[in-house]
Design a protein around this ligand. Sequence first.
Ligand SMILES: [Zn+2]
Length: 462
Amino acid sequence: MTRSPLAARSAVAFLLVVLAVAGAPAAAGAAGKKARRPEQARPPNILLITVDTLRADHVSAYRSGPSTTPFIDSLAKQGILFRRAYSTSSWTTPALVSLLTASYPGRHGMGGPGQGADGRWAVIPSDLATLPEALRQRGYRTYGLTANFGLPADRGFARGFDKYECLGAVDVEQVRARLDAWLPEIEAHEPWFTWLHLFDPHAPYQAREPWISSLWSQPREGLKHLDGMNVGDYQQAAASLPRQSMDYVRALYDSEIRAVDASLGDLFDHFPGAKDALVVVTADHGEEFLEHGGTGHGRTLFDESTHVPLIVRLPDGRFGGTSVDAAASLVDVMPTVLDLVGAPLPADCAGRSLIGPGGPRKQARKTVVAELERQGLTRAITDGRYKLVTDPALPDAPALYDLAADPGETTDIAARDPERLAFYEQLLAAFERRMLAGRLAPGETALTREQAEALRALGYVH
Ligand SMILES: [Zn+2]
């Protein structure tokens, strides 16, 4: 275990207090500030909100134009917005385990699409410390409430939580109802850590009123069969959908996002402890709408699948309204949170703390890597300027994209710029060498009959 910089600073602050008591002149502090014992500061309550399938560019804080996610935008104004935050994958389980353990999918091995099809799925390796475990060691009471059938307790997602429940594929109002029942218990013991994972923007996309009416003003006749269409059917139909139909699908998706945003606003009105909590809002991955010929997620590592929102609002609103262009990854969430509460980081932490006492760190990391286990391991690495993708399904893998000239990642420049290709291949090879040394073997558990049925109902298994 290593001590975090913040913990080390706390130790220095404590030493200064001791010296002051002993009458050492240096301890008075040149700035004349009153030193406080670090143990006197109450650790902040922490609210972590992850929204399944939420693309960064469908949150209005991430683009110009009218505000379509007013509550999340207001959190960004009070907090720090990481403009270039990336998931470690484009699939729920590997991405969220990266967030909870600060390790990459290639290390934690939690798999990708297809998991569960044979009646078994992976369990978080016991070697990895989880964020709730680390916070509980720090004295936190820990609560997890998740909406996505892939996050059940028996896959290890309950580890470190005093109370955990996976509600399956339910909407935000059902999560809220359960949270309301938990609130008296949560607020009775501080500090608390509460993780909410919301499912709404994930397909099947439902037309959420009243938002759909403002998003789609044309007649809906002829399109309504797309409302709530099973994932498998939708993915088969999408390739031949006319453009207007895909526009309508995007409107459905946006109506789900607005429902989440509105409900979160209401949640904060009814959850007094959330008002001065350390709040983190992010997503597990994005979503494709035919940008690269497909739909859904877990298919590619292009930005529409991996670029996620990341907003951190500190308890006292410090650095509110800051927008950070430096790269960030979901593996950085755990070290950032632990650093902010003065807790030690895990010894094998792959992430970086993104926020120091002076504010967001400008260069916490130079590159971000995403991985997808799908008929072998596909990887992508980017420094924000260029992006290398190793996907064997691409015509001439590995492919290199110039993100400045081609943000849609449509033109592979690898053949015309072999030197640059070699540079990014070396960067990725260095990452792979570190990963190979650390690959863990996840556990395995059988799906229950209900879990298998949920996979079928969603259209992931036929
Ligand atoms: Zn997901």
